[in-house]
Design a protein around this ligand. Sequence first.
Ligand code: NAD
Length: 298
Amino acid sequence: MENQIRKIAVIGTGTLGTQIAVQAAHFGCQVAAYDADKESFARSHKDLKSVFDKTSTPPLFTPELWEEEARKVRLCDEMGDAVKDAELVVEAVPEDIELKRKVFSQIDQLAPRDALLATNSSSIPISKIESATNRPEKCLNLHFYFPVLGTNIVDVMGGTKTTEEVLERGKAWVRSIGCIPLTVKKELLGFCFNRVWRAVKREVLHMWANGYVDFRDIDRGWMVFTGMPQGPFGLMDNVGLDVVYDIEMVYYNESKDPKDRPPRALKEKIQRGELGRKTGKGFYTYPNPEYERSDFIK
Ligand code: NAD
């Protein structure tokens, strides 16, 4: 395809940025990456490999190949070096609007004038970041899912000035790295599929916290119905219950609808340090959660 994006830069190589960089390298992009913490890529890469080694769903490429593809990413000590030739810059720094605006302003000054600038934010619409740059028409949300390897969908959303051409180029690039773009036609908190998943979370948390059903039965139903290896509670444990709570609060703060407020029982779990897989206990206990046992859905 003419005008196809092949040179990309990833800013912030934590959990998501590292996966985006490796995925793009695997699909033939020239990838440069920068992180304020020089150890971040190596650390994230190692943690992710251990997750992929254990995963029961087949990734797009094997853990061995993941190692090899990671070596193709050019790690840079300076942001300017990473973005100097980029056609697209994907920002994946932490979910803090002021930090993202600062990083976007820096990228804007260092990247070529015609480069597209995307944020991987889970909840911040690009309309709240674009004004930190002198190119709002070239800014967009490209929201990847964890793990990028197995969940190859990307929400695509423009801001107040994003052109159709920029959105089309963004979507073409997403397709070129083995992912399916999900287009948001007008600004919506939570984007496309992320909002669907969020509606599921809100409902099941309410059913659990108010004592209607055992959370395991919701997961059993979900696993049989969808064929997935976990249900919503297992998935939330993997994301981290603190992260889930913060995301629910973003929705609640926007709507102020009491139905959107995450249940107190979830907050209490977090206060007890039950954050999910990362602390060994969430809804389930780890490393061998009940839902991974063969008799869980028998
Ligand atoms: P993370 O904490 O794992 O990684 C963030 C990285 O950004 C860190 O390595 C940090 O050193 C780096 N960083 C911080 N400030 C920086 C700066 N000024 N310049 C360059 N690098 C800087 O976070 P993550 O989970 O990868 O999330 C990143 C973004 O992706 C967030 O916006 C988050 O909402 C989004 N996201 C996360 C997930 C997920 O499952 N973790 C899924 C989809 C989207």
